[in-house]
Design a protein around this ligand. Structure first.
Ligand SMILES: C[S@@+](CC[C@H](N)C(=O)[O-])C[C@H]1O[C@@H](n2cnc3c(N)ncnc32)[C@H](O)[C@@H]1O
Length: 230
């Protein structure tokens, strides 16, 4: 079975945060910080992308539940979160309703029935995976989605000056000869090609700094919405 390539790195990172910070701070930092604010923005993005009450949502790379907490306050859905770090999943369980399911999954396949999901999201996940890994997850997502279902994925792209700063930092770390955290950029034309190859019907993009939803708060990363044909 194919497996994720740097689980140990993430586990070490989370363990160090837990050792050096109060638990809520550690669990927020482990997913990039601003737990409440970013969770609320991610939730708004899903609603903007078409999420409706009663739908089944898969949160790939759910982390410590930043999005799950916001979703549980905003919309009545069936929720399934997947991640590679048990400590993050344990924390997420304590912050969300009992009906929310969290499962450890370190495979490049998804433990989900075909055509059973309305929306699969991956926020700040493909930014840390190799491109072939992201492609495999998008292939799996297509299998799991119902007709008309959607993938909502965030990504970093070279065209945006805000994202270039992240690349510049990565280059500095590399120059100092310490292995940087993987920050994988994905260009829109790649996502278009992947979507076409995998049989998605269409793709829509939202710029990182744009926020066409009610709060007007931007996520920072760009967002792609891939739609499976109805
Ligand atoms: C930057 S955090 C974002 C967490 C969450 N999506 C959010 O926005 O709050 C990235 C998460 O992806 C998880 N992750 C990394 N690789 C993964 C994989 N192959 N499958 C599932 N989760 C993964 C990490 O453990 C981490 O929790």
């Amino acid at each position: 079975m194919a497996t994720f390539h740097f689980v140990e790195d993430y586990e070490r990172f989370v363990a160090e945060l837990v050792r050096t910070h109060p638990i809520d701070t550690a669990m927020s930092l482990a997913v990039g910080g601003s737990f409440e604010e970013v969770g609320a923005i991610e939730c708004e993005i899903l609603i903007h992308a078409g999420l409706r009450p009663g739908q089944a949502v898969v949160d790939l790379g759910c982390g410590s539940g930043r999005l799950a907490v916001a979703l549980s306050r905003a919309v009545d859905i069936s929720y399934f979160g997947l991640d590679v770090v048990p400590a993050l999943l344990d924390y997420a369980r304590t912050k969300t309703p009992k009906s929310y399911k969290f499962v450890l999954n370190r495979a490049l396949t998804l433990p989900i029935e075909a055509r059973s999901v309305d929306m699969l999201c991956a926020f700040s996940v493909f930014t840390h995976l190799l491109q072939a890994e992201s492609y495999l997850y998008l292939e799996e997502a297509h299998r799991c989605l119902r007709p008309g279902g959607r993938v909502v994925m965030s990504f970093l792209e070279f065209a945006l000056p805000q994202h270039w700063r992240i690349f510049a930092q990565t280059v500095s770390t590399q120059r100092a000869s310490s292995a940087p955290h993987l920050n994988q950029f994905i260009e829109r034309n790649q996502i278009d090609v992947w979507a076409e190859r995998l049989g998605y019907d269409s793709v829509a993009f939202i710029d990182g700094p744009a926020a066409p939803w009610p709060s007007g708060q931007a996520l920072g990363q760009s967002v792609a919405i891939l739609i499976k044909a109805a």
